[in-house]
Design a protein around this ligand. Structure first.
Ligand SMILES: Cc1cc2nc3c(=O)[nH]c(=O)nc-3n(C[C@H](O)[C@H](O)[C@H](O)COP(=O)(O)OP(=O)(O)OC[C@H]3O[C@@H](n4cnc5c(N)ncnc54)[C@H](O)[C@@H]3O)c2cc1C
Length: 497
């Protein structure tokens, strides 16, 4: 059984958190969003506050925080600006662990020192044109040479790409049966280039780039993953990254709910304050309830023993629920703010744009939920999930709710996502009901689960006509409105034909 751990905090944590908040509270993120770059000097100030060495060892100049503490700093950062929080997640949770776990890396202490101090930002490059939500289809290659590897390939949407001194790049190694390895690429290496800056709808304070690797030579010691073990390296980082995204999402949800709560308390419509409206009260009550669930799920996921499947499942559950609900909350808050919500300087509009990517990167919601369902539905792996439910004293939820849903299984990919939701919400209920004081969150989650179970049933009926429906729609739309001209590589719209 797993204890309901209460997060311990250290004085280092208090210091880092206060320093980061102090820096961010005095920064102008509205202008940063407009000009698409963080305020000058901000990254340096954050680096001095150890924001890029959150979990790095003190020996390397890091703050040596626990994951829960690092996440609390990220949540605090996201209440001001998601671009900053995202930079911290990429550097601290995605890239740095790949370096820390590298066995052969020569000069590792110096590299880790420069990384933890923020002198050398590090990006994480997995996604390609042909491989986003399914990274197993990456096509970058690392061909073995006498001195190391020669990397060729193109990576897209790489956060911090153009600002990084090093990039962790994933590529297939033909000499190892095309298994994936991770490589540390110095961005000054001949053959490395930044090709493009993506104009994203949110996270405008930092860069996301297309990176090209043309015959980039890396020595043997810069292979970070041993032989073809790159997916495990990526998985380890992405589990941490998912907790980081959940922490960012919590920050967005907290700030949006705070802004809208203040608004409804002060906004008078006619003779009544908006807060007096029972519908409005219910809406904000639901936001607060979701925030309480998000906190509990995240805290539990951070404390789960890292080597057990439970930790992976909980990181996924935390990422999905927190990112989805941050989006719901930002959307609802914007609506409650009326026309003011649509104004950039009321903050929630930017949060709404920034939060949108949280449901997509580190695994889109649907892909993560379908993955949970496949673990649950496969004979080979379902036992690990049953054990995980047992570890949170929720064997009954597994037996009563989920096994019934699996009985319903008809190999329909449409239902994978809804069953994934049922699994995620059941984990969340299991976690929340461990806390006597959290009855409200359990009731809330149970209502959401009931809605999803209806969906599972509904999806089981029919659906064969849908491909035809899409075809008919396209035929009709293409006949009545101009057809977008897709650029075939990137699938962006290049005018209309
Ligand atoms: C701002 C930004 C920053 C990013 N930062 C990084 C980074 O630093 N490093 C990096 O490597 N990558 C990064 N990415 C890439 C990101 O991780 C990918 O966009 C993401 O993995 C999705 O891949 P895709 O965009 O190719 O979507 P696709 O693979 O085209 O999928 C599109 C959509 O299809 C649906 N879908 C897919 N599979 C299924 C399924 N099985 N069931 C149901 N629905 C499904 C989902 O809704 C999904 O969102 C970033 C992207 C953005 C936009």
């Amino acid at each position: 059984m797993i204890a309901n751990e209460k997060a311990k905090t250290s004085s280092d944590f208090e210091q880092v958190r206060e320093d980061v908040i102090g820096i961010l509270a005095g920064s102008d993120f509205l202008s940063a969003d407009e000009v698409r770059i963080l305020p000058p000097g901000l990254l340096d100030s954050l680096a001095k506050a150890k924001a890029f060495g959150l979990c790095g060892t003190k020996e390397h100049g890091g703050a040596e925080l626990a994951i829960s503490e690092a996440n609390a700093v990220i949540t605090a950062a996201a209440t001001f600006d998601a671009s900053v929080a995202s930079a911290m997640v990429i550097h601290n949770f995605l890239s740095t662990p790949c370096l820390e776990n590298a066995v052969d890396l020569i000069g590792k202490d110096e590299i880790l020192r420069r990384t933890a101090s923020g002198e050398a930002l590090c990006a994480f490059a997995l996604t390609e044109h042909g491989a986003g939500s399914a990274p197993r289809y990456i096509s970058a290659t690392a061909v073995k040479t006498e001195t190391g590897y020669r990397i060729n390939g193109t990576k897209i949407w790489i956060g911090l790409g153009a600002w990084a001194e090093n990039v962790v790049c994933f590529a297939k190694v033909p000499d190892q049966g095309n298994r994936v390895s991770a490589f540390l690429v110095d961005t000054k290496s001949p053959g490395f280039s930044v090709q493009h800056e993506h104009k994203t709808m949110g996270l405008r304070g930092i860069v996301q780039n297309t990176l090209k690797f043309e015959d980039v030579e890396v020595p043997f010691d810069r292979c970070l993953s041993g032989h073809g073990n790159g997916y495990n390296v990526a998985k380890n980082s992405m589990n941490k990254g998912r907790l980081g995204v959940a922490a960012m999402s919590l920050g967005v949800a907290l700030r949006a709910t705070q802004v809208v709560s203040l608004y409804v308390s002060q906004r008078k419509i006619g003779t009544q304050f908006l807060v007096g409206n029972p519908f409005v009260q219910k809406q904000i009550g639901d936001m607060v309830q979701r925030i309480e669930c998000m906190k509990k799920i995240l805290r539990f996921a951070e404390a789960a023993p890292q080597d057990a499947p439970l930790a992976e499942y909980m990181a996924t559950v935390a990422k999905v629920i927190c990112s989805e609900w941050a989006n719901e909350i930002a959307n609802e808050a914007l609506q409650l703010l009326g026309g003011r919500g649509y104004e950039e300087d009321v903050l929630v509009g930017r949060m709404y744009r920034d939060a949108r990517i949280m449901k997509i990167f580190e695994g889109p919601t649907e892909v993560l939920l379908a993955h949970l369902d496949r673990i649950f539905s496969s004979k080979a792996t379902s036992v690990s999930m049953e054990v995980a439910f047992g570890q949170i004293d929720a064997a009954d939820l597994y037996a009563k709710t989920l096994v019934k849903v699996r009985g319903d299984h008809a190999n329909g990919a449409d239902r994978e996502v809804y069953r994934g939701w049922a699994i995620a919400l059941s984990f969340a209920i299991g976690v929340c009901r461990r806390d006597e004081a959290a009855k409200g969150t359990v009731d809330y989650l149970s209502r959401r689960l009931a809605l999803i179970l209806d969906k599972v049933e509904e999806q089981g009926r029919g659906g064969e006509h849908l491909p035809q429906l899409i075809e008919d729609f396209l035929a009709s739309a293409n006949g009545s409105i101009r057809k977008p001209n897709f650029d075939q590589t990137f699938m962006s719209v290049k005018g209309f034909v």
